[in-house]
Ligand binder design. Structure first.
Ligand code: 3PG
Length: 214
């Protein structure tokens, strides 16, 4: 199964800010125990690459992505650390080109028609819609994506269990991302049961939605 198929099956991507390497493996296991064996580790801390490396080594069943990748150096660190895909908040052609050349799936962030078209020009058809809620949520995504029938989105930014199902019910939404399942303070404080339970709630919504639409 490739990364896109795996994300389509999981439908929810926990977005992680982690600064304590010793928390990385318990965090990944908590998500997997909750039914979401996937994590996007963001380059928002100095220890992101180390967290990626540890999870890649210890949790091969977890689909591992790197997030907040802002330049080709970070993309290279993500690749070296064992990330299977790269996510970025915006469309940076240098990041996209690095990933394309090195064969690592990349999901750049977009929120305007111009950005969607820039990504399509690079042959990308799965894009992060960011920041989803601040840009106008489902109504905006529906309007901005209408002309682009060959593009799917991963809305991220302001998504919680309260609005997850609405996004997942949109035809062109492959999955949703968000930090609500594992906020940095829960990770810092070692609240892994809480993370597992929140992941389980999200996984249940994803499963219920798949069952309804399928
Ligand atoms: C991201 O990096 O994708 C977003 O900051 C996550 O947004 P959220 O914290 O609102 O879920």
């Amino acid at each position: 199964m490739d990364v896109v198929q795996a994300l389509a099956r999981l439908r929810v991507v926990p977005v992680i800010v982690i600064d304590q390497p010793d928390r990385a493996v318990p965090l990944a296991r908590a998500l997997a125990d909750g039914g979401l064996p996937v994590a996007e580790i963001t380059f928002r801390t100095g220890n992101a690459a180390e967290a990626l490396r540890l999870i890649a080594a210890e949790c091969p069943d977890v689909l591992l992505g790197a997030g907040t990748v802002l330049d080709p150096d970070q993309a290279a660190w993500a690749r070296a650390a064992g990330a299977s895909f790269v996510v970025a908040p915006g469309f940076n052609p240098r990041v996209v080109d690095y990933c394309t050349v090195h064969g690592i799936p990349v999901i750049p962030g977009v929120c305007t028609p111009t950005e969607i078209e820039a990504a399509r020009e690079r042959g990308l058809h799965l894009l992060k819609f960011f920041p989803a809620e601040a840009m106008g949520g489902q109504a905006y995504l529906k309007a901005v994506s209408a002309p682009y029938r060959d593009v799917q989105f991963i809305p991220t930014g302001g998504i919680t269990t309260a609005n997850l199902e609405g996004y997942l019910s949109m035809k062109n939404v492959l999955a949703c991302g968000g930090s609500w399942m594992a906020p940095p303070e829960w990770i810092r404080d070692g609240q892994f049961d809480r993370i597992r339970d929140e992941a389980a709630k999200a996984a249940a919504i994803a499963r219920a939605h798949v069952a309804i639409s399928g």
